[in-house]
Design a protein around this ligand. Structure first.
Ligand code: TLP
Length: 350
């Protein structure tokens, strides 16, 4: 039985042995009372890395993003985000359904950035009784549906300045913020200190089993903690999870460069397969989105099924586009083997 090569997402990563040891040994307490010492240590460490005052452990990136919408938006407000945002495509309309905020989409560029000009043009004049107030602008760095593209500190500051001038807060969906920091060779805080709050995922490329950390001002985190409780996110002895997060922040950030090198290797190989199209120069981090020629190869979802038969797991991005994501379980050798299998699959289908 050939070993599966799982390139669906970096969410498939398993905790390291060091994480498991730390989880078993973690000091714990009741976090609803704020008494779990390991969670408190993680939240403090995370806030420092983000250049923010405080942090809050959440169950997922989706929960973090929802809590940010609940904390910043009132019912009937409007929040701006990119048309390819994860918060728009993959979070079950939570910000609208539960925060009661209308979503206003602006264009993402090829790297997933939204421009200060487009945000300025989208901000509403709520002095008009017909018009909702724009109270939140959401950024995403790196960008999932835009091939892991990164925003620089300058890109971020330009949008923050426009949002603040309009009286709106800025939430950064930083699920993969450490991938951006490593790709840009800057401290993560350079990408996060100017926004009003930021969430990053422990459970993706950092390889923890669960969790994200939402960071912001003391005042914001105080509100966020109550919203988290309301959505059922209050936790008890979750220091066993936070312990993995502390190990991740110590040992799993620098190695992200390996994932980025493997993503570039993957893209270079895919570019050489007739019937597939990929923007090799656009690969900045660990996500590779590529197009499948419908006439030459077939329907994208049929290709996913055929690749699974040949031992390669990939995810669907949009239309004829598929997505591969590198992570700690994927070596350069796995990339080469996956490319060989993909080539065989594509030739079999053509
Ligand atoms: C930018 C961004 N923000 C938020 C989330 C949500 O994180 P979780 O709720 O899965 O922890 C994700 C997860 N992304 C997952 C993936 O990439 O496989 C799926 C698509 O939901 C994300 O990519």
């Amino acid at each position: 039985m050939m070993a599966l090569i799982d390139l669906r997402s970096d969410t498939v990563t398993h905790p390291t042995d060091e994480m498991r040891r730390a989880m078993a040994a973690a000091e714990v307490g009741d976090d609803v009372f704020g008494e779990d010492p390991t969670i408190n240590a993680l939240q403090e460490r995370a806030a420092g890395l983000m250049g923010q005052e405080a942090g809050l452990l959440t169950a997922s990136g989706t929960m973090s993003n929802l809590i940010a919408a609940l904390a910043w938006c009132s019912r009937g407000d409007e929040m701006i985000m990119g048309q390819e945002a994860h918060m728009f495509w993959n979070e079950s309309a939570g910000p609208t359904a539960l925060a009661g905020a209308q979503i206003r989409l602006v264009p993402n560029d090829v790297n997933g950035r939204i421009s200060a000009q487009d945000v300025a043009a989208a901000v509403r004049d709520s002095s008009n009784i017909h018009v909702p107030a724009t109270t939140l602008v959401c950024l995403e760095n790196t960008h999932n549906r835009c091939s892991g593209g990164v925003m620089t500190p300058q890109d971020t500051r330009e949008v923050v300045d426009v949002a603040h001038a309009a009286g709106a807060a800025v939430h950064l969906d930083g699920a993969r913020i450490f991938n951006a920091a490593v790709a840009l060779e800057v401290p993560a805080s350079e990408l996060t200190k100017d926004v009003d709050d930021v969430s990053f995922c422990l459970s993706k490329a950092l390889s923890c089993p669960v969790g994200s950390v939402l960071c912001g001002s003391e005042e914001f985190i105080g509100k966020a903690r109550k919203w988290r409780k309301m959505v059922g996110g209050g936790m008890r002895q979750a220091g066993v999870l936070a312990a993995a997060g502390l190990v991740a922040l110590d040992s799993m950030v620098e190695r992200l460069a390996d994932d980025h090198a493997n993503a570039r290797r993957l893209a270079a190989g895919l570019a050489n397969i007739d019937g597939l199209t990929v923007d090799e120069d656009g690969i900045q981090t660990n996500i590779v989105i590529f197009e499948v020629d419908r006439e030459k190869v077939g329907d994208a979802r049929e290709v996913i099924a055929a690749l699974r038969e040949d031992g390669v797991l990939v995810s669907h991005s949009r239309d004829q586009a598929l997505r591969m994501v590198t992570h700690r379980h994927i070596t350069a050798g796995d990339v080469d083997e996956a490319l060989s299998r993909v080539n065989g699959t594509v030739r079999r289908m053509a």
